[in-house]
Design a protein around this ligand. Structure first.
Ligand SMILES: NC(=O)c1ccc[n+]([C@@H]2O[C@H](COP(=O)([O-])OP(=O)(O)OC[C@H]3O[C@@H](n4cnc5c(N)ncnc54)[C@H](OP(=O)(O)O)[C@@H]3O)[C@@H](O)[C@H]2O)c1
Length: 275
């Protein structure tokens, strides 16, 4: 039994791989570049591109973890129907789909298929806070817009644990889970939590949306910037409403942002482990 993990080098996918290994599974990790993948020993690393389904090696695979967008511009994947057909032909049984904020063509194809599918809808990842690590280290400051906005941030390790449990244990077919942490926090509350974890006071400076936009455009495509700012400015209730889905699947509470901040303190102190 082999489980193929797409996005295996990403924030969430690395955790899916880690949790599958912990459950004793054979893991086939997909990347576009094996040379830079830095995946753990014991993982079968394969090169492939989700935009070209014929490159995805599904032989002997019984479970697949999929993304709904791809590429550095996070464009919606249009290859869902072909990926699903190939998975069905290869004898894949279970599929998890990591949602990215909208009902995508890939999700449509998977949920209409004969596969035992489960859609995972995480709200903001806790790891998004790593973008503050550099300014915290250099200046002791976090600059972000929308001080009022609260998010039910989810620990990416919990995303991995839920995906692994669903793929290995089964019993979750035809379900969509909204994955959150145990509480909704504003940015100033997140900043204070990181400060407590590293034993330093961090100043929170509320940016205007225009300032944030200009800064983000230096490293991200305009569509991605607009999507992120739109989500934060007018966050739908789903983004700040705490659910029990993580706890129900894992039979333990969802991990807190305080725990995440202690685990990642090195990133904010010395730059260690920013991925
Ligand atoms: N961050 C959030 O708050 C948040 C919230 C909800 C949902 N999401 C969604 O969750 C998903 C995972 O996020 P993340 O932060 O873990 O991602 P990430 O760290 O940005 O990594 C992206 C991953 O996608 C892979 N990838 C990109 N294009 C690909 C392609 N054409 N074919 C195969 N693999 C490809 C990359 O693999 P290689 O570079 O190794 O090929 C990498 O592993 C994304 O779809 C994101 O939209 C994120």
């Amino acid at each position: 039994m082999t489980i193929l993990v797409a996005g295996a080098t990403g924030n969430a996918g690395r955790q899916v791989v880690h949790e599958l290994l912990a459950l004793g599974q054979q893991v086939r990790a997909l990347t576009r570049n094996a040379a830079t993948a830095r995946l753990p020993a014991g993982v079968e690393v394969v090169e492939g591109d989700l935009t070209r389904p014929e490159t995805i090696p599904l032989d002997g695979v019984t479970g697949v973890h999929l993304l709904t967008n791809a590429g550095d511009d996070y464009a919606e994947l249009q290859t869902g129907p072909e990926l699903v057909l190939r998975a069905e032909k290869a004898g894949v049984r279970r599929v998890t789909v990591l949602w990215s904020g909208y009902r995508s063509p890939l999700e449509e194809a998977v949920t209409a298929s004969s596969l035992e599918w489960t859609v995972l809808r995480p709200v903001d990842f806790m790891s998004n806070a790593l973008v503050w690590a550099e300014s915290v280290r250099r200046e002791g400051v976090v600059r972000e817009p929308f001080a009022y906005a609260r998010s039910a941030l989810v620990h990416e390790g919990d995303i991995g644990a839920v995906a692994a449990a669903v793929l290995v244990r089964g019993g979750h077919g035809g379900r969509a889970y909204t994955l959150t942490g145990p509480e909704a926090l504003s940015v100033p509350e997140q900043v204070a939590t990181i400060g407590a974890a590293i034993g330093r006071e961090i100043e929170y400076v509320e940016q205007t949306e225009a300032e944030a936009r200009a800064e983000m455009l230096a490293t991200r495509p305009v569509e991605v910037v607009d999507a992120i700012l739109g989500w934060k400015r007018d966050m739908p209730a789903q983004g700040y409403t705490v659910t029990k889905d993580v706890e129900d699947v894992l039979e333990r509470p969802a991990r807190s942002f305080a725990l995440w901040a202690r685990e990642r303190a090195g990133a904010f102190l010395s730059g260690a482990g920013t991925r």
